[in-house]
Write a protein that binds this ligand. Structure first.
Ligand code: NAG
Ligand code: NAG
Ligand code: NAG
Ligand code: NAG
Ligand code: NAG
Ligand code: NAG
Ligand code: NAG
Ligand code: NAG
Ligand code: NAG
Length: 270
């Protein structure tokens, strides 16, 4: 095309026209860059407001950030987050406090025998990742979610931290991977740290996230909790922070926090 020729062309008019075209093209691309904040919200299942930084796989490429891509499955009924090796159902995206509430994709309220296929706990998350389990307000940092531990023990354990998984997950069975034979006792350990308070006769089977203390369903309950309560909490899921989306150039030293008085996010090098 003539327009692409260098401006050494004797046709001055055409040269300035190509310059004009370049300017318009430049304006359009910068507009497109800003425009990714203004794509119409996408919708999938119960999540009607999928907007920046989130995007669906089917959204135009300029919408949202690739790191925050979700997919829409089950005939557009379920919004899905693939996180590390796991697959999670998105229950809510909160734009007010920069969190996303997710639960294992295959867990169902009616079936408490299901246990998630992959462990997920604090060590899976690193500062460079798109999601964090800590929320930072500048003055304090608190955990949105924390891990609970499925254990199998050779001896029965009497401790308020150990909740028997019977009858949802039966104690005695052939499915054990850690004790080659005989009986074992199956518990979920809630609270304490990973290894502190782990009884000698117990082995860790799996660690999964639940919401941290403040949001727990049973927090103010006066009766002892059962595995059914734990299961309901797994169905409810847990919250993750997407504050790292505010960092444009992802590198290790950055941290972002929410100013509690006006909800504005600041990111700084630490
Ligand atoms: C949807 O999210 C956008 C982006 O955060 C926000 O500005 C808008 O108010 C939200 N709309 C609804 C209906 O929640
Ligand atoms: C799912 O949503 C997409 C985009 O809105 C639409 O093109 C597609 O037909 C929908 N699929 C089903 C099965 O509803
Ligand atoms: C979390 O890390 C553990 C240990 O490295 C790994 O076995 C597990 O699969 C990871 N979880 C997910 C969801 O990828
Ligand atoms: C974030 O906001 C949602 C919706 O308003 C709320 O349900 C959730 O508890 C909040 N999370 C935190 C950590 O404040
Ligand atoms: C409940 O979940 C367990 C473990 O995933 C599965 O083996 C069983 O078939 C399920 N039961 C029903 C009734 O769906
Ligand atoms: C556990 O054992 C009880 C009673 O023996 C039985 O009714 C139940 O189906 C078993 N559950 C599983 C998940 O095997
Ligand atoms: C439990 O009680 C505390 C203090 O009264 C309150 O702040 C919190 O919201 C309650 N939690 C639930 C899950 O009801
Ligand atoms: C709660 O658990 C403790 C110790 O595990 C036990 O002594 C107590 O009787 C239980 N309370 C109820 C109401 O079941
Ligand atoms: C938070 O916002 C308030 C009100 O805008 C401001 O006065 C304060 O300096 C901010 N704090 C931080 C730590 O940015």
């Amino acid at each position: 095309m003539e327009i692409g020729r260098p401006s050494s062309t004797p046709f001055i008019g055409l040269g300035s026209f190509s310059f004009f075209v370049l300017i318009v093209f430049h304006l359009q691309t910068s507009y497109a860059k800003h425009h990714n904040h203004h794509c119409p919200a996408s919708s999938c299942g119960n999540i009607h407001n999928i907007s920046y930084p989130f995007r669906l796989q089917t959204d135009p490429p300029n919408c949202g950030k690739k790191r925050y891509e979700l997919s829409c499955e089950n005939n557009n009924h379920s919004t899905v987050l693939n996180l590390y090796s796991g697959k999670y159902h998105v229950h809510a995206i909160n734009y007010n406090n920069y969190t996303i509430q997710v639960a294992d994709f295959n867990i169902h309220k009616a079936n408490c025998s299901f246990v998630p296929p992959y462990s997920l706990f604090n060590y899976n998350f690193s500062r460079r990742d798109p999601y964090l389990i800590k929320m930072n307000t500048g003055s304090e940092s608190y955990s949105l979610s924390e891990a609970i531990t499925f254990v199998k023990c050779e001896n029965p354990v009497e401790s308020p931290l150990y909740i028997p998984t019977d009858p949802c997950i039966n104690s005695s069975g052939a499915a054990t991977t850690i004790l080659s034979k005989g009986e074992y006792y199956s518990y979920v350990k809630v609270g304490g740290t990973y290894t502190s308070g782990l009884e000698d006769s117990c082995r860790i089977e799996l660690m999964v996230m639940i919401t941290s203390r403040q949001q727990r369903i049973w927090e103010n309950s006066s009766t002892n909790i059962s595995y059914k309560d734990i299961h309901n909490q797994l169905v409810y899921g847990f919250e993750l922070s997407w504050l790292p989306s505010f960092v444009n150039d992802v590198h290790f030293g950055y941290t972002c926090y929410v100013n509690g008085s006006n909800n504005v996010v600041h990111c700084k090098d630490i």
